[in-house]
Design a protein around this ligand. Structure first.
Ligand code: TXA
Ligand code: MG
Length: 341
């Protein structure tokens, strides 16, 4: 029988104190607690305890060089993990925290190298979720937390995804319902001058540019051997078990679906346009229709990929999303999900 972790449901707006105390005890014993944030679920351990942090890498099967994000309860707590906290960091913190912006800053002496994969910089954010904030307060220490999924797999947006992806590798799952954004935070390096976006995410680039117009955002095209902007952010990532094929427009979707079926693969399709939906309406292909709005699409995407795996499809054909800034974070996830290595 498959062993499952303990899952405790709580009210996201008013987290139950007994549940938070239970989670705190797990953390103080050096255990792993999965918790909801406004982006995706995180797999948390005490971030200033090297032995605890190492357990995260084991549980995920994640290479030790792939750095983690520290989650703080306030700007004051965040600033203490940095060797210095600039006026710019403070301006960004005041504009966007709590919220889905991760800042990469010079590493403070208390932060174990295990957190940063050996780097002299550290990533930190203040999540905008009452359960996450209550847990960090209770631990009285920043929590190191990657997305709570097995390495290279799809990020979890509900507690059930965590259980499916990590099983009993996690000691306790706090279930705070579905995540508001459903896609990870935007990662901004303040170690680069001017500041550079390393990973597009839930905080829109326009919002960032409104506060720091000098921000640099490089092309999203990641060739397999190109230098990687975000260390450890592998080309292949966010991948369900099923093969992911990106299709160009309605014709591409229909063509790829036909090809998959001809090769005797069980195929399903994820589309957002009416035209793509119509292009395969007559075919015997399971259809998942996601919203045509970028934010709503992002919220639903990872759930759709978990659904594809749960139903056992061999291949999922995904209609390409529009090439516009609002869609860049989603386009980045889809490109990595479809990558072969
Ligand atoms: O929304 C999120 O960011 C979620 C929730 C749980 O907070 N966390 C998350 O963590 O997505 P993870 O481990 O899946 O992704 C961390 C990202 C990676 O792209 C990593 O390369 C980058 O942050 N990162 C961490 N430390 C860094 C550093 N010192 N320098 C550059 N990039 C760093
Ligand atoms: Mg991740």
């Amino acid at each position: 029988m498959k062993v499952v972790p303990r899952v405790v449901a709580l009210d996201r707006r008013n987290p139950d104190e007994a549940a938070i105390a239970q989670a705190r005890n797990v953390l103080l014993r050096g255990g792993l607690v999965a918790f909801p944030t406004e982006t995706v679920y995180g797999l948390g351990a005490r971030g200033l305890h090297e032995g605890d942090v190492r357990k995260i890498f084991q549980a995920k099967g994640r290479p030790a060089t792939h750095p983690l994000i520290l989650h703080a309860a306030s700007e004051a707590m965040a600033s203490r993990v940095a060797s210095h906290w600039t006026e710019l960091a403070s301006r960004l913190a005041q504009s966007f925290w709590p919220g889905p912006l991760t800042l990469v800053v010079p590493r403070g002496a208390d932060v174990p190298l295990a957190v940063t994969g050996g780097l002299d910089t550290v990533a930190v954010r203040v999540p905008n979720h009452p359960v996450a904030l209550a847990l960090i307060h209770a631990a009285d220490e920043p929590l190191a937390a990657p997305s709570a999924n097995a390495h290279m797999h799809v990020s979890p947006t509900v507690a059930e995804h965590v259980v499916r992806s990590l099983g009993d590798a996690v000691d306790l799952v706090l279930d705070g319902g579905p995540c508001e954004f459903g896609i990870e935070s935007t990662v901004l390096s303040l170690a680069d001058h001017p500041p550079r976006v390393l990973r597009p995410g839930a905080l829109a680039l326009e919002s960032l540019a409104a506060v720091i117009p000098e921000v640099v955002f490089e092309s999203l095209t990641v060739a397999p051997n190109a230098a990687r902007a975000s260390p450890g952010l592998a080309h292949k990532h966010y991948s369900p078990r099923a093969r992911v094929t990106l299709a160009d427009g309605p014709r591409g979707v229909a063509h790829d679906a036909r090809r998959g079926c001809a090769a005797s693969r069980s195929v399903c399709a994820i589309v957002w346009s009416d035209e793509a939906r119509e292009s395969i309406a007559a075919m015997d292909t399971k259809l998942i229709v996601l919203p045509a709005d970028a934010e709503a699409y992002a919220r639903a995407l990872f759930g759709a990929l978990y659904e594809v795996d749960a139903s056992g499809y061999d291949e999922v054909i995904v209609e390409r999303v529009p090439d516009r800034p609002a869609w860049w974070a989603v386009a980045d996830r889809l490109r990595r999900a479809a990558a072969s290595a």
